[in-house]
Design a protein around this ligand. Structure first.
Ligand code: GRF
Length: 212
């Protein structure tokens, strides 16, 4: 059975969705860069080993990433799963876990990489927004895409309501992506494309606003 290590920085709702999804993989550990991350308590309550590598204890990104990698490697995971891990990773770290490092981002990448995705989407008046699971590359939030969920932006949406609806879909697509990874349904090929084996594709058009 494959194993994963999950990296978090905060509340850990995506981590919880992964823990509750009964995935065909072992969650070897949850690691946080903040001792006060709410998700650490949830992981412990699920009997998952936890570790904290405080980024503030390190002089620079390189030394933090090296310490993080050393800790990850003690668990010898097949995949490293970023679930609300709010640190930019060095190119060295990313290449060490090439094809084994995945992230979830609250926008339809490549639109709205970075922070404050929902506020920026509302400001621009986009009618369709969503979330993305992707392999991590050294280009922030621009790695090869595994799965996306798209949803309409409603006229009455606030940043909070939009974030909540997107988060709800994050909790669907992240377990799906990790399930595909751990069962060998997808992999990153040499040119850096996500290859699917035998997946079903549904075809429909999301109109937003709806056609009349
Ligand atoms: C999620 O919106 C995720 O897409 C982003 O950070 C947030 C983490 O939330 N990278 P949680 O800690 O999983 O609840």
């Amino acid at each position: 059975m494959k194993s994963i290590v999950i990296l978090i920085s905060g509340r850990g709702s995506n981590m919880l969705a992964l823990l509750e999804a009964k995935l065909p993989c072992r969650v070897a550990a949850v690691i946080s860069n903040r001792a006060n991350a709410g998700g650490l308590g949830i992981a412990k309550a699920h009997g998952i080993p936890t570790a904290v590598i405080e980024h503030r204890d390190y002089a620079d990104r390189e030394s933090f990433d090296a310490a993080l990698a050393r800790t990850i490697d003690t668990f010898d995971p097949d995949y490293v799963v970023l679930a609300g891990f709010m640190r930019i990773l060095t190119a060295g770290f990313v290449s060490r876990y090439h094809g084994r490092l995945v992230n979830i981002h609250p926008s339809l990448l490549p639109a709205y990489s970075g922070l404050n995705t929902h506020a920026r989407a509302l400001h621009d008046g986009v009618k369709i927004h969503g979330c993305t699971v992707h392999f991590v590359s050294s280009d922030l939030d621009h790695g090869p895409i595994i799965i996306q969920a798209a949803l309409p932006v409603l006229p009455e949406d606030t940043e909070q309501t939009l974030a909540a609806r997107v988060l709800h879909e994050e909790h669907h697509i992240y377990p799906q992506a990790i399930r595909w990874l751990c069962t060998g349904k997808i992999e990153l090929n040499e040119p850096g494309q996500v290859v699917f084996r035998g997946s079903k594709q549904s075809s429909f058009t999301l109109f937003s606003p709806a056609l009349e």
